[in-house]
Unconditional design. Structure first.
Length: 309
């Protein structure tokens, strides 16, 4: 029984080597978090209030906004607390709960992006059956399956960390708890944790990214065969927002994921800074991307924000 070797709490030291800049770093983080909260809340209220937006594409967008709110809220308040030196401690159980929440939301968001790619495929390649295939019940089941898959993939990570002895090591060079960062404090072999992280990443975000790529290959092939040359740009525009969000979600995530496991020569402060940007920049930009590029959504959001609107 190694439960006695678990530390009562971890000490988060922030970004190593940049302690004197913590206050300055916290300012853009706080501003981006505030913008993420405002943007996603406005997006959710707009879609919920406007009945004409109660379509599969916008329901998936609501799910994405909820994931963005939860992902940033699970990390940024504690990050700001560390950067402002208000509270650098987090209990062992609280650390595991935060770690699970972050990865649970990440895997769920990846599944939602895949569902949105399938939505675009049906809308462009089989538009006459769009409402018949993507009924409200189907959209709801997709959301439930995304949550169940995310739980099943990430729940074992808690036990993989609890089985490790920590020998009193409790100082973590980070602003929040993440799987490999916690595992590296253990005084035991963590090969199982590393390879489980690789397998979990491939079985979730990896397969999702491959499936999204396949769906867009099929979409472009369908557009290539359209008889009217004016139809292709119009149809492609509906995919532009989704492609921007995909790029913002997967690019930093895969880089951070691979660098933490195999990038031993990358400075630690670079990895931790990227990890902090990852949980706040996409949630901030996603509602802006959809609000700017989707005319119907942009008009309703403008009406909601207008005084007396």
């Amino acid at each position: 029984n190694l439960s006695g070797s678990h530390p009562a709490f971890f000490i988060l030291v922030g970004i190593p080597g940049m302690e004197k800049f913590h206050t300055w770093i916290s300012m853009p983080v706080c501003m981006m978090y505030s913008a993420a909260l405002l943007g996603n809340v406005v997006l959710l209220v707009t879609i919920v209030k406007e009945r004409s937006l109660h379509e599969p594409m916008y329901i998936f967008l609501c799910m994405l906004a909820v994931c963005d709110l939860l992902l940033s809220t699970a990390t940024v308040p504690k990050t700001l607390s560390v950067l402002w030196s208000l509270s650098t401690q987090i209990s062992f159980s609280g650390c595991l709960a935060q770690m699970f929440s972050i990865y649970f939301i990440f895997v769920a968001e990846s599944a939602i992006l895949l569902a949105m790619a399938f939505d675009r495929y049906i809308a462009i390649c089989n538009p006459l059956r769009y409402m018949a295939i993507l009924k409200c019940s189907v959209v709801g089941k997709v959301g439930v399956v995304a949550l169940i898959r995310s739980f099943c993939i990430m729940f074992p990570a808690i036990f993989l960390l609890k089985r490790l002895p920590y020998c009193g090591h409790n100082v973590m060079p980070h602003t929040y708890c993440e799987h490999i960062g916690v595992a590296r404090l253990a005084c035991a072999d963590i090969s199982v944790n590393i390879w489980y992280g690789v397998a979990a990443g491939f079985l979730s975000a990896g397969l999702d990214a491959i499936s999204i790529a396949v769906s867009y290959v099929l979409i472009f092939r369908c557009l290539w065969g359209l008889p009217s040359p004016c139809t292709s740009p119009k149809a492609l525009h509906t995919c532009g927002s989704h492609l921007c969000v995909i790029a913002m979600f997967y690019t930093p995530a895969f880089f951070s994921f691979l660098a933490h496991r195999f990038g031993q020569h990358i400075p630690q402060h670079v990895l931790i800074s990227l990890a902090n940007l990852y949980v706040v920049v996409p949630p901030m930009l996603n509602p802006i991307v959809y609000g700017v590029r989707t005319r119907q959504l942009r008009e309703h959001m403008a009406h909601l924000l207008r005084p007396g609107g």
